[in-house]
Design a protein around this ligand. Structure first.
Ligand code: RIB
Ligand code: CA
Length: 308
């Protein structure tokens, strides 16, 4: 069994990624740590608890940072719904999280399982940054760090012309993580729009699975689908967190480059823009394995298998 620790801001694509991990026979999800992002922290915690219950699991859900390190929280209810799960009337209140504090859980879990934890971050990196500022030794003890964030090599932004939401919300946290020495594999929004768009055909294929989790995974994308049609002009809702999770599960088919990567801290329009030193002009020491391609059919085959 491989041990995954997943840090999430639990909205409609995060929930699908959570289901994939919980359904995978070879993965032991040791815990979900929660961070504010798409929705405020308490809602993200409730959404995570709902998803764990739906999957019939009893995985710990531990709350973390309710805001970025030094900025005000900016949420994205316009993308995922007021409740983060498509506003389809799910009962998303009243569940109790596991006592604890996410950065503490991250540090303790990695220290207690040196070389065994795959840390998957699918929200803003505030919890990871706090953990690293407090316990920098975990950078050498974690086996893999797979992050959904940034715009990859040449991708467009989805919250500004050049910034992806997770990295835009807390760019200071991204800088702490990028400079930590952690073994980072970065799956950007470019990969999602290239290989993880749930088109009408894909939606029909998911419906045909006839499973509760497949139907849930479609139904909660109601707001994201409208955002895709109206704003990002995609052929359907895209699944950035699920394809990042797919890469964490099976990195073999990915094409990657090991490059020097930093983040723009300043105000918009540069806030949260990923800086990739493709040609070494800035003499940046390579620090991140960037996924430059992940095959669409491989992703959807894995998604269907896990949601069946
Ligand atoms: O930009 C996409 C990312 O922002 C995904 O993780 C999505 O859930 C939102 O958090
Ligand atoms: Ca997310």
């Amino acid at each position: 069994m491989r041990k995954f620790l997943i840090d999430t801001d639990t909205a409609s694509d995060d929930a699908v990624a959570m289901c994939m991990a919980l359904q995978h026979p070879d993965i032991d999800v040791v815990g979900f740590t929660v961070v504010a992002g798409n929705v405020p922290l308490d809602q993200a915690v409730q959404n995570a608890l709902y998803t764990v219950e739906l999957c019939g699991a009893n995985t710990p859900v531990i709350a973390g940072a309710g805001a970025p390190l030094v900025r005000d929280l900016e949420t994205a209810e316009n993308v995922h719904g007021q409740d983060g799960l498509g506003d389809i009337g799910l009962d998303l209140q009243g569940r109790t999280p596991t006592p604890g504090w996410a950065p503490q859980f991250i540090v303790d879990t990695i220290r207690e399982n040196p070389g065994e934890i795959t840390l998957v971050a699918i929200g803003p990196l505030t919890n990871l940054a706090i953990a690293l500022l407090w316990a920098p030794d975990i950078a050498d003890k974690v086996e893999r760090v797979v992050i959904m964030g940034g715009t990859g090599e040449h991708g467009p932004g989805n919250i500004s012309p050049t910034a992806e939401f997770n990295f835009w919300v807390d760019p200071e946290a991204v800088r702490v993580v990028l400079r930590s020495g952690m073994p980072i594999e970065l799956v950007g929004w470019d990969i999602s729009i290239a290989s993880a768009v749930v088109t009408e055909t894909r939606r029909a294929e998911m419906r045909a699975l006839g499973s509760e989790l497949a139907d849930f995974s479609i139904d909660i994308q109601a707001t994201l689908q409208a955002f895709a049609f109206e704003e990002t002009r995609l052929e359907g809702p895209d699944f950035p967190d699920p394809i990042a999770l797919a890469h964490a599960i099976d990195p073999a088919p990915a094409t990657t480059e090991f490059l020097g990567v930093d983040i723009a801290i300043g105000p918009d329009p540069m806030r949260g823009t990923l800086i990739v030193d493709h040609y070494g002009f800035a003499q940046m020491k390579p620090n991140v394995t960037i996924v430059t391609h992940y095959p669409e059919d491989h992703f959807f085959a894995m998604l269907y298998e896990l949601l069946s």
